[in-house]
Design a protein around this ligand. Structure first.
Ligand code: ZN
Ligand code: ZN
Length: 465
């Protein structure tokens, strides 16, 4: 029995593990590398395995850094089942289609450039046609119910409390004369996030493969996003301006709707709210279908008057015309993607509002270097959008960072429930984050810890080092 770390080693994206148990050869996650050009070039590098020879795939959750290369896997011959929770199957369907659309348009742009330079043809990483073949392979599984996926391979999906449908996986592996329990943390959620449940607790495993994204950081725990948001809305009503919120379409948008609904219930919201992103509208539909996965509070909100995602001031816009019509409105809230304001419809809304002193822009999540969101946060007074110079006169606010990821102490607290595993393998974190978490797990919990290297193979029988 062995496990190879094929990605997310000393980096946060590209999650992928390849396992051999008896005659079975299978993957846990098949994610895309995201970030700079160098990272993205990895997405077209040959897989270390033959996709045709992979028997099945276990998918922890729908985020692209865990699922984004599945259409390419299918394009290259993978045809086995993909086991995931029902909500993950549904979210992956819309997110992979969206990702394929982006791949196609970027390839088209590169292709035009390549042709002008007299170079060869540029192909997309995968197409919408490839992505459309994924849902037929998906097999929905329930949380907390062990299933046999191959001789000697049983798996239980536990709620990871990270995004809707997210799971960590408990694998029970058996070969003649050998047995091992392996637990993949997937991405561990932050407790007390709105809508979804808290991460489950498990107390036993032989091998723990654990993410370390925030291994060296704590989220700020002062301030509450709902109260901060209510204050901004009050101010916007006074100035008569629009409130523009760049937000990820899946997860963050629904979280914002939860807070806005609470503000509305407290009679502090008398502005119409528009969700202007076709992906966010589709994702919200998926959320509606999976209320069973919500925490008690949100289930109650739904049960009472159907209202987490339907209330009188809330509108969804999908067509480009409806989106354009928002340019003429004043005194409205617009939630639109992308979350870092570097692509999508949000750029149009920023172009039409940034120069207005009465407008408000609310930054709600992590903003990477070189994105428009980051520039606004850093206080740039002029930005370029669609080649046009725009003055920044609007009020720029930053909400206490919302995060789907557990921070350092939340990760340590989640891990502290395990009796020390034979070996803990840290992945899904930059080196500094992983090293910091390694030290704490070793000192405080007496764990034996290694930080995985890309391509490293671990024998699943005794301590590998
Ligand atoms: Zn994730
Ligand atoms: Zn991730």
């Amino acid at each position: 029995m062995d496990l190879q770390v094929c990605g997310a080693a000393r980096e946060v994206t590209g999650s992928c593990y390849w396992l051999h148990v008896g005659t079975a050869s299978f993957l846990v996650d098949c994610g895309m590398h995201q970030g700079g050009d160098k990272e993205e070039a990895l997405n077209s590098a040959p897989f270390p395995f033959d996709p045709r020879a992979i028997d099945f795939l276990l998918l922890t959750h729908a985020h692209i850094d865990h699922s984004g290369l599945i259409p390419r896997l299918v394009r290259e011959g993978f045809s086995g089942p993909i086991y995931a929770t029902s909500a993950t199957c549904d979210l992956a369907e819309i997110m992979l289609l969206d990702s394929a659309h982006i791949q196609e348009s970027e390839a088209e742009w590169r292709d035009r450039k390549a042709r002008r330079a007299g170079r060869g043809v540029e192909e997309p990483l995968y197409t919408q046609e490839d992505a459309r073949r994924v849902p037929a392979l998906c097999k929905a599984v329930e949380y907390d119910r062990p299933i046999d996926v191959a001789p000697g391979v049983a798996v239980v999906f536990h709620d990871a409390g990270h995004i809707l449908g997210s799971a960590f996986l408990e694998l029970r592996l058996e070969e003649p004369g050998q047995k091992a329990m392996v637990l993949f943390s997937g991405d561990v959620g932050q407790p007390d996030q709105p809508i979804i449940r808290d991460p489950e607790i498990v107390d036993k495993t032989d091998y723990l493969i654990m993410e370390s994204t925030y291994g060296d950081r704590e989220h700020p725990h002062d301030g509450h996003p709902r109260e901060e948001l209510a204050e901004i809305l009050k101010e916007a009503r006074r100035t008569g301006g629009n409130v523009i919120i760049p937000a990820f379409a899946v997860g963050r948008t629904q979280e914002l709707l939860f807070f806005l609904r609470e503000i509305s219930d407290a009679h502090q919201l008398d502005m119409p709210v528009y969700v202007d992103s076709p992906l966010a509208v589709r994702a919200t539909e998926v959320y509606r279908r999976h209320r069973d996965d919500f925490d008690e509070e949100s289930q109650k909100m739904f049960a009472e008057d159907g209202g987490l995602f339907d209330w009188p001031q809330l509108h969804y816009t999908t067509s480009a015309d409806e989106s354009r019509a928002l340019n003429d409105k004043r005194g409205i809230v617009i939630i639109s993607a992308s979350g870092m304001a570097d692509a999508g419809r949000i750029k149009h809304h920023l172009k039409h509002n940034l120069w207005r002193p009465e407008a408000h822009v609310v930054i709600v999540g992590f903003q990477a270097q070189d994105t428009l969101g980051r520039r606004l946060l850093e206080g740039d007074k002029r930005v370029r959008i669609f080649g046009e110079e725009i003055a920044v006169k609007a009020h720029i606010h930053e909400l206490s960072e919302l995060s789907a990821h557990a921070d350092q102490s939340q990760l340590v607290s989640w891990a502290s429930h395990f009796k020390p595993p034979r070996l803990t393998i840290l992945t899904h974190g930059e080196l500094h984050a992983a090293m910091t978490l390694e030290r704490i797990l070793e000192e405080r919990l007496i764990f034996t810890v290694v930080i995985a290297e890309k391509g490293e193979v671990f024998e699943l029988k005794e301590v590998a080092r």
